[in-house]
Design a protein around this ligand. Sequence first.
Ligand SMILES: Nc1ncnc2c1ncn2[C@@H]1O[C@H](COP(=O)(O)OP(=O)(O)OP(=O)(O)O)[C@@H](O)[C@H]1O
Ligand SMILES: [Mg+2]
Length: 347
Amino acid sequence: MNNNPFTTIFGIEPQSLIPRKEEYNKITGEFESEVPVSPGYVITGVRGCGKTVLMTSIQNHFTKSDNWYVLRLNPDLDLFSSAISQLGEYLPLKEERITGANASIAGFGGGIALRSFSDNETILRKMLKEADKRKKRVLVAIDEASGTKNIKAFAHSYQAFIGEKLPVFLLMTALPENFSALSNSKNATFLRRLPKIKLSGLSNILVEEKYRSVLSVTEEKAVALSKLVMGYPYAFQLLGSLLWDAQKDVVDKDLLNMLDSMLCEGSYQAIWEHLTEKEKLVVRAISHSTTMSVREIRSALQMESNQFSPYRENLSENGLINTDTYGKISFSLPRFKEFVIRMEKYM
Ligand SMILES: Nc1ncnc2c1ncn2[C@@H]1O[C@H](COP(=O)(O)OP(=O)(O)OP(=O)(O)O)[C@@H](O)[C@H]1O
Ligand SMILES: [Mg+2]
């Protein structure tokens, strides 16, 4: 059916969006404040939790403002040259302004012959100074950052720009495991100190309300749907989309099967493949636990407390498990237990 208000595609702002007001206001408020305390934020969280969607909505907020230049950099490309050419769209300056950079360019925009990192850093610095003169702030948004050479080099220069009080703000998204690898690398003190915003699940109540209004289902049915998706944004979209297309308001066996296979294809398979063999063992033990108690899980794994703790911390940090209740563990993602049990059949 046409006009499905849900999307199963990652990375684009969905029509049925549940705003993350707190995080949104925190970041925009900080960047807009007279004297910003933090020069950047890192949005982290498990695959499909809505990092790109949040970053995009913040980017759009600043794009609408005359006081901001917004750059969206691809971490797989040379970040300096991308930043220069994107800033060039805002700052079409004359060649002589940057002769100190010793680069042959006919203005900051189009047709830039870029030389080396150091040249590019110098050009970028000059452009940021020019932005400062014009009383503009520059937002640098990087989606899916990881410990690549490009990011490390850029972060290093970025730190220097901040030290020079240039008006530049960094907004990055990263999977928790990628961000720890990046921030634990050499010369990454600056990144380590950036405040992190770890996205948790969407509120069950907001999910329920959204289903009620978009799918026109009863409160009771909307509550059941909300419980099923457990606040996981990707599952919220998938389930909504399946129900809309099938014109159903309850989840039957067929629909649940479709949901499971789409969760697997779009997210869980990749999560699984990025676990170490040891982590897979731990995750499997959790999925077979009946009491969900740490004691039972440890004993199935024959692990002492000190052996088990690092796994528990890591899985929790990466957004896979919930350890809020003392002595208990549960999966944070909907249908993940069933997914793991299914995966075991193919091992
Ligand atoms: N606030 C939200 N309200 C409703 N749906 C959302 C929200 N945020 C994200 N989604 C949906 O969740 C899915 C994943 O979103 P997104 O691509 O932002 O995740 P991500 O965290 O960037 O994932 P990845 O780590 O794989 O890049 C998309 O289908 C998106 O429409
Ligand atoms: Mg993303």
